[in-house]
Design a protein around this ligand. Structure first.
Ligand code: PPS
Length: 568
């Protein structure tokens, strides 16, 4: 294998003076505010991480990449790097036009000279690139639900790098890494790609890989976008820094990669190789289930766990990087050592803790053994993921007007405050409509805005370790689901359906609104002249008929206790 390419890799940036000039001129251009994923892609396009790409893919390049992993000129490139925009924006742009690309704060990062504009066949892209048009795949879900309908393609003129305020000293462009290797005389360097905290198994694997390849080691974790639900990169980088001390001094380097992963298994592994080649690496570790997205909607793995290795094996010569392949590493108790799963001495006891099991132990505050991880790493993880009984959560009541949501929510709030420990906030339907949503009515659109606002506030409370109790009608399943997703990124979401029947609510008519609704004096009244979609699988369903409020609130407390959210 050849030494890392010692000449710098081409970047797409213009000189400082030209950039200043372009920035002023770009003020007159139509501009597109990049999504977080597009900012990641643009950074690697501009700094040479995606060399030989010179911009967002044109339609011909896109077709080639989707169909057979090659650009129109035959160059190997497995991942569509496209600029997706919405139809309204696309209507303002024609091929031949320059557009300014801005980050989320409005800073101009680059100019795209648009050559192509087209509507992609997303089902085909999903099938060919990700292996199935299945929404359980995070990138397929993104493709259909987040990405815009139209793609723009063309070359990029780079003005400035996206700004990062975190871990600046740990971020390197391909040319900075190449220069670093050159300076230290590292001619053979093996990269380890990761989106997870490093535990002992990873350390053993990376050690062995460096030894096998007779190379120095680069820990090259992704800090751009990884799989939804992963440990956040702030925590991970603190964990990596803690583990760095465990490697022999001056053999190993840590550098952060602002890549937006797609979790595309084999194709992604090959893409990772090309990116590492561009960063001056000579070797690349591919383990079990590289960039795997988890299970499909039928509960099966999307890819064979070793398909990524097969893919990289096939193309490594063409890319010019050598794969170091690894089986899954497990701990052998008798030997007090890690082994690849296919080299375990016969008859020995194998210990392993899966990612799911680790998360359970963290959640429940259980022991995490020393053979599995380093105390410094466990300490960091416990700081970010305290046991469930110390985390924030949201209780989300839903049901008809007059079903008893507010009354039960109030009783629950008081009981939780009596227990103490975490601040409790009640976001009651009526109160929210007075303070947060006073301009809104009761159309589907307005109800959705109202519920999303409640969801946003509850997610912030949950993130910051508090308890949010929400009690709106929230009649639509899809909106409740999106609020659940927003909150579950930070803590538990406990949906409680207050299942009092519409007949009972109308009979009670505590506010006299049902009468007005029947008389047509209130329009779009839920249950009378507007829909209510019952939750299919709420965490708890309360049928309030003949039950005391106190009893209902107690049932919610029991549920919270069984979920480990409060201690008895
Ligand atoms: S939603 O659908 O979740 O946005 O509704 P929400 O914010 O919970 O507001 C419901 C309260 O507003 C009163 N109200 C109506 N409810 C339903 N439909 C119509 N058209 C309507 N007009 C006013 C009603 O008192 C609800 O209070 P609750 O607390 O649910 O009894």
């Amino acid at each position: 294998m050849s030494a890392p390419n010692l000449v710098p890799i081409p970047e797409l940036y213009v000189s400082y003076d030209s950039a200043q000039k372009l920035k002023v001129e770009a003020g007159d251009l139509v501009s597109w505010d990049l999504t977080p994923r597009q900012v990641c892609d643009l950074e690697l396009l501009m700094n040479g991480g995606f060399y030989p790409l010179k911009g967002f893919l044109t339609e011909a390049d896109y077709d080639g990449v989707v169909e057979n992993m090659r650009l129109a000129d035959g160059t190997l490139w497995p991942m569509p790097i496209t600029l997706d925009v919405n139809e309204d924006f696309a209507a303002k742009v024609e091929p031949g036009q320059d557009i300014a690309l801005r980050d989320q704060e409005g800073v101009i990062l680059a100019i795209l000279s648009v050559t192509d504009k087209w509507e992609p066949n997303k089902a085909r892209e999903a099938e060919k690139v990700f292996g199935a048009d299945d929404l359980a795949h995070p990138a397929v879900n993104y493709l259909h639900h987040t990405a815009g309908k139209i793609y723009l393609g063309g070359p990029i003129t780079g003005i400035q790098q996206p700004i990062h305020y975190d871990f600046k000293a740990r971020r390197d462009t391909p040319n900075e890494l190449r220069a670093y290797f050159r300076k230290l005389g590292w001619r053979r360097v093996v990269a380890f790609q990761t989106r997870n905290p490093l535990h002992r198994a990873h350390q053993e694997l990376t050690f062995r890989a460096a030894r096998e390849a007779q190379a120095n080691l680069l820990i090259h974790p992704v800090v751009g976008m990884t799989k939804p639900g992963d440990v956040d990169h702030f925590t991970r980088v603190r964990c990596y820094e803690a583990v760095l001390d465990k490697y022999p001094a001056a053999t190993t380097h840590l550098s952060l990669l602002n890549l937006a992963m797609r979790m595309a298994g084999p194709r992604e592994a090959l893409w990772h190789c090309i990116i590492r080649k561009n960063h001056g690496l000579t070797h690349f570790i591919v383990g079990r289930d590289h960039a795997g997205p988890g299970k499909n909607s039928a509960g099966e793995d999307f890819y064979d766990p070793y398909a990524a290795q097969d893919m990289v094996r096939q193309y490594q010569d063409e890319v010019g990087i050598e794969m170091v392949d690894f089986k899954h590493m497990v701990y052998v108790e008798e030997k007090a050592q890690y082994y690849p799963v296919d080299e375990v001495p016969e008859g020995s006891t194998v210990l392993n803790i899966s990612g799911t099991e680790l998360r359970r132990r963290l959640r429940e505050g259980l022991e995490i053994p020393e053979w599995f991880s380093f105390p410094e790493v466990v300490k960091e993880l416990r700081r970010t993921s305290p046991p469930r009984a110390q985390q924030g959560f949201t209780v989300f009541f839903t049901g008809f007007s007059g079903s008893g949501k507010s009354t039960i929510a109030n009783a629950l709030m008081v009981k939780l405050m009596e227990m103490g420990g975490r601040p409790v906030t009640l976001l009651d339907g009526d109160v929210v409509r007075k303070h947060l949503s006073s301009e809104l009515g009761f159309s589907k659109e307005h109800r959705d805005i109202n519920i999303r606002r409640i969801g946003y506030v509850a997610s912030e409370i949950t993130k910051n370790g508090g308890i949010a109790i929400c009690a709106p009608i929230a009649p639509y399943t899809a909106t409740r689901r999106s609020v659940r997703e927003m909150i579950e990124a930070y803590g538990a979401f406990v949906e409680v359906h207050v299942a009092t029947s519409i007949e009972e609510c109308e009979k009670r008519d505590r506010k006299g609104l049902y009468k007005l609704a029947r008389e047509g004096k209130i329009k779009e009244f839920t249950g009378i002249s507007d829909p209510y979609e019952e939750p299919a699988n709420p965490e708890l369903r309360l049928d309030t008929a003949g039950l005391e409020v106190d009893h209902c609130a107690h049932q919610v407390l029991l549920k919270l206790e069984s979920m480990g959210l409060i201690k008895a």
